[in-house]
Design a protein around this ligand. Sequence first.
Ligand code: ADP
Length: 465
Amino acid sequence: MNSHYLSTSRSNPQFYTFSQLFEHTESTANGVQLESQWKDQTQQTAWIEFWQREGHELLEQKWHKHYPEYKQQIEEATAAERATWEELWQQHASKQSEHFWHIFTCAFENYENDLFNGLGDVDQPLSNVNEHLADLNIDQGVENPESCDELYFSANDDPYSLDEEQQLKLLGLPTSFGAPLARKQRKPKPQSVSDSESDSDNDSTLLIMSKDTDKDLALHSVQSRSIKKKKRQKVPNGRIPEFMQNSTMLKYWFKRFSLFSRFDRGILLDHESWFSVTPEKIAKQTALRLSGDIVVDAFCGCGGNAIQFANTCERVIAIDIDANKLAMAKHNATIYGVAHKIEFIHADFMQFANSTRLRPNVVFLSPPWGGPGYQKQATFDIEQHLLPLGATQLMQHARRLSDNIGIFLPRSSNIKQVIALSHVGGQCEVEHNYLDTRLVAITAYYGSLVKNQQPEEKTNDESTK
Ligand code: ADP
């Protein structure tokens, strides 16, 4: 019944998503029981799936970062040198896989805590992920999480004005796992080790290998061939618009490239949209999940989701009640070269749903969460606090168009209510979306969007065939 998926991406901010299937039963309102082996099984499965899919590429990426000279030297290497490189690779692979496993378990424990919070199951033993992060020397940089909500800034959020460490100092924020601290800890490199500009999260791992044993001298000799130093490129400071130059808005300005990677090509956002637009990596993931023929984006705002849907769907119907936002969405879609695939409709979604004959394959709901105040609620009641209607009523409108629905909700949403949005006996998939170490939101899927659905109960006739 329960199943898990994990996906990551290697560029900053790190994007993680874990998802879980739930069935809506008569007793869901009283509590949701996860199987006793839930954690061990799902963590193990998710790790294997993740490492098989991404492990080799991650190892290679780090390898070439640490040893940029490898590609050139291996061509002319002698048999002995090849053997030494091979040994170095084995050490690298083993250290790195251990390191990634540790990161993964920390991420998973974040997820476990967030899932149990959403289920409101205070009796579940919560692991203390901070202890594990301390083991890893990862600086989360968050002393008061409430004061810096949704701050998933990282290296590329503002590449033009501040370097990563300056941003962290200024904002006191979490970043990709381990990067800033590892840099602080970096020891002076021996001459023989690559001196490329690396922002790797554990360069020190390989330096530890450089002890003066015979074996390591051999490794040094492999490494000591000509090494080209990369020059760090200086880029001019970016300009922050005046209305963003205050402590509240500055943090949103720094995450502009997380919202739209093409931000500097002229993306337009009104004041409200700075708080509510879906970060691009999450919008991409949702678009992959909702790919198909026709999708309705019911509350499209400035277009963060609609633009990504245009890349995975034949046709996008983007609806918003605010004509200004709709105009910005169209402009932003032009920047991404996808405006021709989107039909922009200025309407109230509920009225639209009640009157249209359109039957899209999928409806995506990203309804107003009632402004940043949602963050203060330990558990967000999706029946009371979503606008303009409670979630059940909103789903009823959406189901006039299609049973296949995705809904983007505050991260602290009451998951029992989320499960109850599916029909009794039906399933839903609840996906937790993380950028760096922070849970940004959850996305729930219904109808045929649920992955790996259990087959419908077979009738006696069918099961005897
Ligand atoms: P949040 O509370 O998450 O910040 P917003 O207030 O920005 O969300 O609302 C999301 C979008 O939904 C906005 O672009 C808003 O104009 C739009 N919207 C609100 N009500 C409706 C409606 N009834 N029909 C269509 N769009 C709507």
